[in-house]
Design a protein. Structure first.
Length: 333
């Protein structure tokens, strides 16, 4: 009889013990899940606070986290916002991915040619220059001052102007008398300068950026293009001055010329320092701008792979976010 009671008691004890273990395992699992969630929240919060585009403001005992770029959505495949003063990247999206540049190529064309040519000299527009397809601005045989030729090429994004600059500058890079060889030697120089500047994701095949068939003639990353603009600004900002104007008017050999900037928001960007558009079927819509955010604080914004109209919306959106960021940082009023 006692043996039977002892056996019953033992069975009850085993059941109680088993239940306790089950409860313990459930509690342990719940605790593990809870701890993991808390850890992820802490890590995520830390990463957000550590981002360069995050601003912290103290209001009494309350710490408010302000993220002007948080959730930023643009059409462009790639973009970068660079603070030239600090060197900080405030916003980046696929910034190291090489993409077709289209006419943003002409910034390098203008920069390299300015190193080889005297702005006070003139050049004649040749037949080979006019064979460039796409946007054109010049007429056969006309003589253009180098600086004016460069200004129109950038503002109107003239492919014949880019080729004319490459031919004239190419005279100093090859002994050939062929315009095509001069232009080709100039493109080689563009790539040499690109490597010297550390633009590792950038390559050029012609001076205009016009597609070669269905293939891009130039590729580069948003970060590379930002660095390229920064170099031009540091070396000779005047090269880019024409790109801040809505239009250019001039008289060449008795004829009146008027050219409209391909950047249709040029008048909407305060304190604009430079801008360059680019568009082909392969590249989509590209736009790079430099503006002074306040008190000589330049910012470079590059958008690649957007749409014809979307590039302008993307840049305005990033300018607004940048201004909000700086206002929270106390950099501007």
């Amino acid at each position: 009889m006692n043996s039977k009671k002892e056996k019953t008691s033992l069975n009850k004890w085993k059941q109680i013990t088993r239940n306790s273990i089950d409860y313990f395992e459930e509690d342990l699992l719940s605790f593990s899940v809870f701890s993991t969630v808390i850890l992820l929240i802490v890590i995520f919060g830390y990463l957000n606070v550590a981002e360069p585009n995050t601003s912290l403001k103290e209001k009494g005992d309350v710490l408010t986290i302000i993220q002007p770029f948080y959730g930023t959505s643009i059409i462009g495949k790639s973009a970068v916002v660079k603070d030239v003063t600090t060197g900080n990247i405030l916003y980046a999206k696929n910034e190291d991915v090489p993409l077709p540049l289209a006419s943003i190529t002409k910034i390098m064309t203008a920069y390299v040619s300015s190193k080889l040519l005297d702005d006070t000299n003139s050049t004649n527009i040749t037949e080979y220059a006019l064979m460039a397809e796409g946007e054109y601005a010049f007429e056969l045989g006309d003589s253009w001052p180098i600086k004016t030729l460069r200004d129109v090429t950038l503002l109107k994004s003239a492919n014949d102007g880019a080729r004319a600059l490459s031919i004239e500058a190419g005279k100093y890079l090859t002994s050939s008398n062929e315009d095509s060889s001069k232009s080709s030697a100039f493109v080689d120089k563009m790539n040499q300068v690109s490597r010297e500047l550390g633009l590792t994701n950038t390559n050029f095949k012609n001076p205009s950026g016009l597609d070669i068939g269905f293939d891009p003639s130039a590729v580069g990353s948003a970060k590379d293009i930002a660095d390229m603009f920064e170099r031009v600004l540091l070396d000779d900002r005047e090269i880019l001055e024409a790109t801040t104007k809505k239009e250019l008017r001039m008289v060449i050999e008795g004829d009146d010329y008027r050219y409209i900037n391909t950047n249709k928001i040029v008048g909407e960007i305060p304190n604009l320092i430079a801008s360059k558009t680019g568009y082909t079927n392969t590249a989509g819509g590209n736009l790079a701008v430099v503006y002074d955010s306040g008190l000589n604080h330049p910012v470079i914004i590059v958008v690649l792979g957007s749409t014809r109209d979307g590039r302008f919306k993307d840049v305005i959106h990033l300018i607004n976010a940048t201004q909000l960021f700086f206002s929270q940082e106390g950099i501007i009023e």
